[in-house]
Design a protein around this ligand. Structure first.
Ligand code: UD1
Length: 422
């Protein structure tokens, strides 16, 4: 296993280029199961989760070749296996994204139940209920979802009880090859869902309501789609994490290759905290604050403040002059970073899903801490950037799931970050 060693309190400066969005790339790779042609996909982030999904698609019978570090050509026409096994699904919950397209194309598939997860229970009941409404027969046997729809899926009206990102994506992909029209009500509107819709529309699918919470899809009755080549949108969560790195070091940094509009909620919280923000169409510059102000934020669905940025803002709030309040509304156990931040000297109390952070600039001290999940790990990296002395962050395989070239990018900004073997 590897760990990161960070020597804190360095000023940051300069520019960082943002990678493609992992959470857009995952459903888009799964969507190629619906393609009748090979597809070139660029701006793929070179991170573990993407390689895991590529491995799963390969196990199903697809083939891909790398054009370079971030571009591939993928061909799924030869898929001859429809079982996503436990050993791969257990390493990445998002493997559930193959359920909708496999079932729609082949009329049957087996996908291991994802099981528990560090940030909460995270059931997939809404995905399954919606597929049943589309005529699928779903059985849970020995830890597997067995799904069949011998005559194909039928278009239906799906009203999601809760907004679910991967649930919406799974049903969009299922509906693409269904017989008849599917209406998804209370759909997720995240930019990653929007790009999935746009790529399917460009592949000839008749899809209305893109970017709204009501999406209507006219299924092709199991005819595969002719995909166009495409590039993945910029990762708004990676971008938000680097903005927090600049903010916690109270330094001027510029992000390149971003879509500023996707970060509105994050940028407005940074402005409330006293940081300056300058934007162009594809860049964001963060300017230091005279004094970092505390913040109040509540995580919610897009376009609200993202749960995937909650941990990073908590690290930042430890440097504010005063008391910040964070409400986590999407996942019940997404405060695993709190204990580690406490070990670094933070003053945080938890009550239910509310965290109260009493900030004091420069009060954190480096020590050994443990990464627990992807975004919690990035909060520890941020805290380490501002802590006195050295922080060793263990179990960084969590970070490698979603951050491309983290050490290189932080080092280029002036941080002192090294990776070692345990
Ligand atoms: C996606 C993102 C993840 C992000 C989350 C919320 C990907 C690969 N992952 O996860 O980074 O943190 O959105 O923005 O895109 N729920 C149910 N039943 C279901 C499905 C969801 O009760 O069948 C609940 C969840 O437990 C959670 C809420 O709905 O409380 C939202 O979860 P959801 O949007 O589905 O998260 P993911 O798609 O798994």
């Amino acid at each position: 296993m590897k760990y990161l060693q960070i020597l804190g309190q360095k000023k940051l400066a300069g520019e960082v280029s943002i990678s493609g969005a992992k959470n857009a790339a995952l459903p888009l790779l799964a969507s190629t199961i619906l393609a009748k042609n090979s597809v070139e996909i660029c701006n793929l982030p070179n991170v573990v989760d993407i390689n895991t999904l590529l491995k799963l698609l390969e196990m199903l019978g697809s083939s891909f070749s790398k054009i370079d570090n971030n571009c591939i050509t993928i061909n799924t026409l030869n898929i001859n296996e429809t079982k996503a096994t436990y050993d791969i699904v257990k390493t990445m919950r998002a493997s559930i994204l193959v359920l909708g397209p496999l079932l729609a194309r082949f009329g049957h598939c087996e996908v291991s139940l994802p099981g528990g997860c560090a940030i909460g229970q995270r059931p997939v009941d809404l995905h399954l209920k919606a597929l049943e409404q589309m005529g699928a027969i779903i059985e849970i046997k020995a830890g597997y979802i067995l799904a069949t729809a011998p005559k194909g899926l039928k278009g239906s009206t799906i009203v999601f009880d809760k907004i679910t990102v991967t649930g919406t994506e799974n049903i969009i992909m299922a509906a693409a090859l269904a017989h008849g029209t599917t209406k998804i009500i209370n759909a997720a509107k995240e930019p990653e869902v929007v790009q999935l819709c746009e790529v399917l529309r460009d592949a000839g699918l008749n899809i209305k309501g893109i970017g709204t919470n009501e999406i209507e899809i006219e299924g092709t009755a199991q005819e595969l789609l002719e995909f166009k080549d495409f590039g993945i949108i910029a990762d708004r969560i990676e971008a938000g994490t680097y903005l927090c790195a600049g903010a916690i070091a109270n330094s001027k940094i510029t992000l390149n290759n971003v879509i500023p509009m996707h970060l509105d909620a994050v940028l407005s919280k940074l402005e409330e905290m006293g940081f300056g923000i300058e934007k162009t169409d594809t860049t964001i510059t963060l300017l230091p604050a005279k004094s970092i102000k505390p913040v109040k934020l509540t995580t919610t669905e897009y376009p609200g403040f993202p749960t995937d940025m909650q941990a990073q803002f908590m690290a930042l709030a430890t440097q504010a002059n005063g008391v910040s309040i964070i409400d986590e509304n999407l996942f019940e156990n997404r405060y695993m970073h709190v204990n580690e931040l406490l070990r670094m000297g933070a003053d945080i109390t938890l009550k239910g899903h509310t965290a109260t952070i009493t900030g004091t600039p420069n009060a954190l001290t480096g020590t050994d801490v443990m990464a627990t999940d992807l975004r919690a790990s990035s909060a520890l990296v941020l805290a380490a950037l501002v802590a006195k002395g050295t922080t060793n962050i263990h179990r960084i395989y969590h970070l490698d799931r979603g951050y491309e070239n983290l050490e290189e990018k932080l080092t280029a900004l002036g941080a002192d970050v090294k990776r070692f073997n345990e």
